[in-house]
Design a protein around this ligand. Structure first.
Ligand code: MG
Length: 369
């Protein structure tokens, strides 16, 4: 039998939150629920160590999991895990930080396998940074980093052995940051297995923001008077122009809507209304730059953009590279991150009849740079 012990008694002080960080929402679900759903299919019992004031809310989150229950946490992580170990009834225990919501089924299976093979299994990662021994603002020594590993969770052990190690540590009044330390000091050298970089611990407020956001936009313009059309800022000779209040750059309008939508903002008509004389004959590339500025104030940067133009005519093939470059310049990204595709509608519908053109755009935004 396997027990998962989820440590959820922390206060999230480093994150600067007033509530327990595992109750905060991440991608639409409380943080705790992500690790709950990862462990539920693989554990016979789940014990969530939590503070008394969080118990009612956590009990409610556990309702869909008949094999999960709360355990009173302690003042330290060690106290919380010790309480849960005493309450657990399984032979093997997997201790996990509830603030690591990205744990995968593979990591949990590897942990169990490691315990069965070696008696213990501690999830860890090789270090990519150099580690220095520091004292009083000076580096005393820089040992080879192969001697070190970054220790994460889950950490799996036979329950009786870990409980025994905790009891001896308590008798000595020693406090450890995690189970691997207690086990190394009072049982034996725990075995490590390599996990996954994605299994990070949520610590700071920015860790909780959705990192990436996708957006989609569409725009259509009808053909009318004129001898050119403008797409992605490129003036393209044409037997007909596009009817528009601005320069009629449907590709850029679709892209602007995709960007605004990804950022959770209103659409292009809301910020640049056709009734406003300021936008009569407007250069859409300048409006696109304004939208990019709006996103920057929200800390959002464009990762890539993809635009598709559907038109029977004119032929766009000779202008594609210039269109891509224009977009890359305003979006502030490499031209390799911009796609512009052009196709016809096989003579079907209003596009096929040559009455107008439709453009589609998708974008990916990222918080930060
Ligand atoms: Mg438009």
């Amino acid at each position: 039998m396997i027990a998962a012990i989820l440590c959820a008694a922390g206060r999230g002080l480093r994150a600067g939150f007033s509530e327990n960080k595992v109750l905060r929402e991440l991608n639409g679900l409380p943080v705790l629920c992500h690790s709950l759903s990862a462990f539920a299919p693989l554990a016979d019992e789940i014990l969530v160590a939590c503070a008394p004031e969080d118990m009612p809310r956590i009990d409610a989150l556990l309702a869909p999991y008949p094999n999960a229950r709360t355990v009173l946490g302690g003042a330290t992580r060690g106290e919380s895990v010790y309480n849960a170990l005493k309450a657990a009834g399984s032979e093997i225990v997997l201790v996990h930080d509830a603030a690591r919501p990205f744990v995968t089924e593979k990591i949990i299976r590897d942990c169990i396998e490691c315990v069965r093979t070696y008696g213990s299994g501690v999830c860890a990662l090789p270090l990519s940074d150099t580690v220095a021994e520091v004292f009083d603002g000076n580096i005393l020594d820089v040992p080879p980093r192969e001697q070190f590993a970054a220790v994460q969770t889950p950490q799996g052990f036979y329950r009786n052995k870990l409980l025994g190690a905790y009891e001896r540590a308590r008798a000595d009044g020693r406090i450890f940051t995690d189970e691997s330390g207690v086990y190394a000091a009072y049982a034996e050298a725990p075995r490590l297995f390599f996990g996954d970089r994605a299994n990070r611990k949520l610590t700071y407020p920015e860790d909780f923001a959705p990192a990436e956001r996708a957006g989609f936009g569409v725009d259509t313009h009808a053909f009318g008077e004129g001898d050119h059309i403008t797409l992605c800022g490129v003036k393209i000779p044409s037997a007909h122009g596009l009817i528009a209040h601005s320069d009629g750059d449907a590709a850029v309008h679709a892209l602007m809507d995709a960007l605004l939508s990804a950022a959770g903002l209103r659409d292009i008509g809301f910020y640049f209304p056709e009734t406003d004389e300021r936008f009569a004959g407007a250069d859409s590339m300048a409006l696109l730059a304004e939208v990019i500025g709006m996103l920057r104030t929200q800390g959002l940067a464009v990762r890539n953009a993809s635009v598709s133009v559907v038109a029977e005519r004119p032929r766009l093939f000779p202008y594609i590279e210039e269109m891509k470059q224009n977009l890359a310049d305003v979006l502030g990204i490499s031209v390799s991150c911009v796609g512009v595709a052009a196709g016809t509608n096989e003579k079907l519908g209003y596009v096929g009849e040559g009455k107008g053109i439709t453009c589609f755009a998708t974008v990916l935004l990222r918080k930060g740079t």
